[in-house]
Design a protein around this ligand. Structure first.
Ligand SMILES: C[S@@+](CC[C@H](N)C(=O)[O-])C[C@H]1O[C@@H](n2cnc3c(N)ncnc32)[C@H](O)[C@@H]1O
Length: 291
């Protein structure tokens, strides 16, 4: 980089820091998104900044922004612990359009500030070491982006009378957020014991009595209570087929709804006993109901 270019970069950085230092509204609880974006920008440059003064100012700014985030997360956690978390969390739900989907469309599996919010609120522990090897056709853990969970809760209108079962629930983001926001009974079925322990500890710490996690192969789980099933492509091939057969048997006894995300969606869409309720794009959750 030319000397002049370098000078301009440092000047821009100075301008950014001054702007953030003077933006007192940035510490307001509802400016979480802007704080997270500012933190990302500052943290990108922190290691490369010359001079102790600039470096210290950036560190102080980061600490202030992080402290404001922690205050927000703690206050939401306290509301959840008192059984009043729904409103506080739903404030953050992206608006759902008339097509039943959130308006802003971002790449399907990318994460954003809502995931940072959810992680700050749930404060899940690190799973214990020694994650078991997955059998063939089991898909590795990856959480559903938070905006999709909000969308699922809103567009499927999950209510207290529902029983939501997440088949392959990982660390439990979907059942936990749905339990907080809807009061529905939520169950996570997960193969990996370490994930189940983390998710259950989180539910206990938040006093969520309406959510449970079970360490089990989804093919053997009791599905008889479910009104709504969620699958973020937890397995493929014959394993997915077996679970679909079991879901079809449940659908003989009552109407069920199935929400899917990821590559399992086109496979599930071919099931003749299911019809679309909602599907905007392959990148978003699709909702089906049994016919
Ligand atoms: C893509 S992740 C989805 C996690 C979670 N549902 C979410 O959306 O945040 C798939 C999860 O399914 C679990 N899984 C894979 N096969 C399973 C099976 N047969 N029974 C139960 N869980 C399984 C994996 O361990 C992994 O945690």
């Amino acid at each position: 980089m030319e000397c002049g270019d370098y000078g301009r970069v440092i000047e821009t950085l100075h301008a950014l820091i001054s702007e953030l230092e003077h933006d007192h509204l940035l510490l307001e609880p509802n400016r979480l998104r802007q704080r997270i974006e500012a933190l990302d920008r500052l943290e990108n440059y922190l290691a490369f900044v010359p001079g102790a003064d600039l470096h210290d100012r950036m560190k102080t700014l980061c600490a202030d922004l992080e402290a404001a985030n922690q205050r927000l997360y703690q206050s939401i956690r306290q509301e959840i612990q008192r059984g009043m978390g729904a409103e506080r969390m739903l404030e953050w739900a992206p608006a759902v359009g008339s097509n039943g989907h959130a308006g802003q469309q971002v790449d399907g599996e990318s994460y954003d500030y809502l995931d940072t919010l959810l992680s700050g609120v749930l404060q899940l522990d690190e799973p214990a070491p020694g994650i078991a090897e997955l059998a063939a056709e089991m898909v590795f853990y990856q959480p559903t982006p938070a905006r999709h969970i909000f969308e699922l809760i809103g567009s499927a209108k999950i209510a207290e009378r529902d029983v939501l079962i997440d088949l392959g629930s990982g660390l439990g983001h979907v059942p936990l957020l749905a339990a907080i926001c809807t009061g529905a009974r939520c169950i996570g079925i997960e193969w990996e014991a370490a994930y189940v322990d983390c998710a259950q500890r989180c539910a206990n710490a938040l006093n969520l009595a309406n959510v449970t996690f079970v360490r089990q192969d989804a093919r053997e789980a009791d599905l008889s209570m479910g009104t709504m099933f969620y699958l973020y492509t937890p397995f493929t091939g014959a394993m997915l087929r077996d679970v679909l057969t079991r879901l079809r048997q449940e659908a003989v006894t009552r109407e069920i709804r199935i929400c899917t995300l990821g590559p399992c969606t086109p496979i599930i869409a071919r099931e003749p006993w299911l019809e679309y309720v909602n599907v905007a794009s392959i990148d978003q959750p699709a909702l089906f109901r049994s016919v």
